[in-house]
Design a protein around this ligand. Structure first.
Ligand code: PEP
Ligand code: MG
Length: 585
């Protein structure tokens, strides 16, 4: 039917030129006559959106700004991670649903024991580590596992943060999944999975399936890189990474991050040789004992800093001093009691550990002895970290490496706290300048993650050289609920009952948290006009929050490495949309 074919072809060209979008066209040919029935913009996968954007720019149908704004940034996630093959999902039973904590799909045998997961992973088996929660000493198992599943915890729990840093799929807070360590099984919805049985997890949606769901590999195509390069030029917001290891920093840089907005030093203690020392340091009962451990830690920490600063050479790297959730690192007194009882252990050493663990246990860890409060009660810890950073910087300077470290203090609520730590910083700086006969430029700044810090930013700015909003803690503080409890216990129902549209931990609550941020920004910039103000909570990778940050004049967002491309595109979209609005006015 050459005549009809030509008519169809002409219609397609005309419609696509008119709508400037690929069309989904319905037509019929009856008794040789061509009828066009319907046309609408085609539904497209992320890959198709990227390809058609680049194609249409080449064909001069649209400009680069239009090409960037027609791609929902969030959808790009599918191009960066392995995804489940949609057509095969229905062949698998759903076991349970939890919180999507780190995107990507993975399958493997369920393993409940950390040591076993390491052994099997190293032997080449595909493993999904299934735990109630994870602790820093479990990190070696993260390396050997394909994915991580926990029944407790929220998006900023240990399992979630470490998985995101490593780019491993992870589901947390799966409350309906009952894990039994006695017989190594987990049960949900009447289905029991035994140790060694295969499961699949979709970390982008938080769903667990029985058996092995086939996956589709991600593809960073040339077209995707083209779109990213356009976005880099169009955006005004800086995009940095939340990275705690040299590998995460390298990956973030490949994806286009220009600096590290948050290096959580407590997450650098992941490796097995550090974690034992870290616990020893906190558990130490006297200053002398602690100083002994700190000496060893300082060397290791210096090495870690060198690695991460090298990986981000030329860009700012914000090193945040220790903010350890103590309950994650220290022995749990109840578990310890249980062990003592089972093993009939009456030794003095064990009793002392138990006493110290009880002494350090917090009633409310979210508002407990953390961040700068640990830095003030044990000043030798922050002194060690500051010294290690100066030593690392000196060594890099001697090797002509352009390192740009800055120091950031967590959980600050008052100028007095900040000044207390600043005096340690000043003292170390003086000593280091004398020792190394060089001048250091290491900016000293604070997080704004405590409500009082936002409200008194005009005071803090007198000491702080930069601010960074910790919107994870700020959201918890503003709502007065903990993320773990909210996401695990009542937020889903709030959403079902339409009391809340989207989790404030996912997208910034503009009216509450955002309002407080605006106060913090205005008061700071009224005194220091060019003050650098970033955001390093998980919201830094969320497109809607990025839009808010752009409008609030935040200097940069910091996101986990795998969200960097999304953040870059979202930042570009925010800039383009604001320009468009202004020109309309
Ligand atoms: C925050 O509170 O937003 C933050 C980045 O710190 P953390 O998540 O480590 O508490
Ligand atoms: Mg915080």
């Amino acid at each position: 039917m050459p005549k009809s074919y030509k008519e169809l072809s002409n219609a397609c060209t005309k419609l696509e030129k008119h709508f400037r979008e690929p069309q989904d066209i319905e037509f019929t040919i009856e008794q040789g006559k061509f009828y066009l029935l319907q046309t609408r913009t085609a539904k497209m996968s992320a890959g198709a959106l990227v390809k058609t954007s680049v194609d249409m720019v080449k064909e001069k149908l649209i400009d680069k700004n239009k090409a960037l704004t027609r791609i929902p940034a969030q959808q790009l996630e599918a191009l960066l991670h392995r995804t489940m093959n949609e057509s095969k999902i229905k062949e698998h039973k759903q076991l349970a649903k939890g919180i999507a904590a780190s995107p990507g799909a993975a399958s493997g045998i369920a393993v409940f024991d950390v040591k076993k997961a390491i052994e099997l992973g190293e032997a080449g088996k595909k493993v999904i580590l299934v735990r109630k929660e994870t602790k820093p000493e479990d990190v070696p198992a993260f390396f050997s596992a394909e994915g991580i599943l926990t029944s407790l915890g929220g998006k900023s729990s240990h399992a979630a943060i470490v998985s995101r840093g490593m780019g491993k799929p992870c589901i947390v807070g799966c409350a309906e999944l009952k894990i039994n360590y006695d017989n190594n099984t987990c049960t949900a919805n009447g289905i029991t999975v035994k140790d060694g049985e295969t499961i699949s997890i979709d970390g982008s949606r938080g769903i667990i399936f029985i058996g092995e769901v086939p996956t589709v590999e991600p593809k960073v195509t040339k077209d995707f890189q083209t779109v990213l390069s356009w976005a880099q030029k169009a955006k005004q917001l800086g995009v940095r990474a939340n990275a705690d290891t040299p590998d995460a920093a390298k990956l973030a840089r490949q994806y286009g991050a220009q600096g590290i907005g948050l290096c959580r030093t407590e997450r650098m203690f992941n490796e097995t040789d550090r974690i034992g020392l870290f616990v020893e340091m906190i558990m130490a009962e006297s200053l002398d004992e602690r100083k002994q451990v700190l000496k060893k830690l300082q060397e290791l920490q210096k090495k870690d800093f060198i690695g991460i600063l090298k990986a981000m050479e030329g860009y700012k790297v914000t090193i945040r001093l220790l903010d350890p959730p103590l309950h994650e690192f220290l022995p749990n007194p109840e578990e310890l009691m249980d062990k003592i009882y089972k093993e009939n252990d009456n030794s003095r050493k064990t009793k002392r550990v138990l006493d110290r663990a009880r002494e350090l246990a917090e009633v409310n860890p979210m508002m407990g002895h953390r961040g700068v409060r640990v830095g003030i009660t044990y000043p030798e810890i922050y002194r060690m970290q500051i010294t290690a950073l100066f030593e690392a910087t000196a060594q890099l300077a001697k090797g002509k490496i352009n390192a740009k470290p800055q120091i950031m203090i967590p959980q600050i609520g008052s100028l007095e706290e900040l000044n207390y730590i600043k005096s340690i910083y000043d003292d170390v700086k003086k000593q280091m300048q004398q020792k190394h006969k060089m001048r250091f430029k290491i900016n000293f700044g604070t997080m704004l993650e405590v409500v009082r810090a936002c409200l008194t930013s005009d005071e803090l700015v007198n000491t702080a050289e930069f601010f960074s909003f910790g919107t994870n803690d700020l959201t918890q503080a503003v709502f007065s609920f903990s993320r773990e409890d909210a996401e695990g216990k009542f937020l889903p129902e709030y959403m079902e009952k339409e009391l809340i549209e989207i989790s404030p931990f996912q997208s910034i609550d503009v009216n509450g948290v955002g309002h407080l941020m605006k106060i913090g920004i205005k008061q700071g910039r009224d005194i220091k006009k060019d003050l650098e103000i970033g955001i390093c909570g998980e919201h830094g990778g969320d497109p809607n929050s990025i839009k808010f940050c752009h409008s609030a004049d935040v200097s940069y967002v910091s996101a986990s490495p795998h969200r960097i491309p999304i953040a870059i595109v979202a930042a570009a979209q925010a800039a383009i949309e604001q320009k468009k609005k202004k020109s309309k006015k």
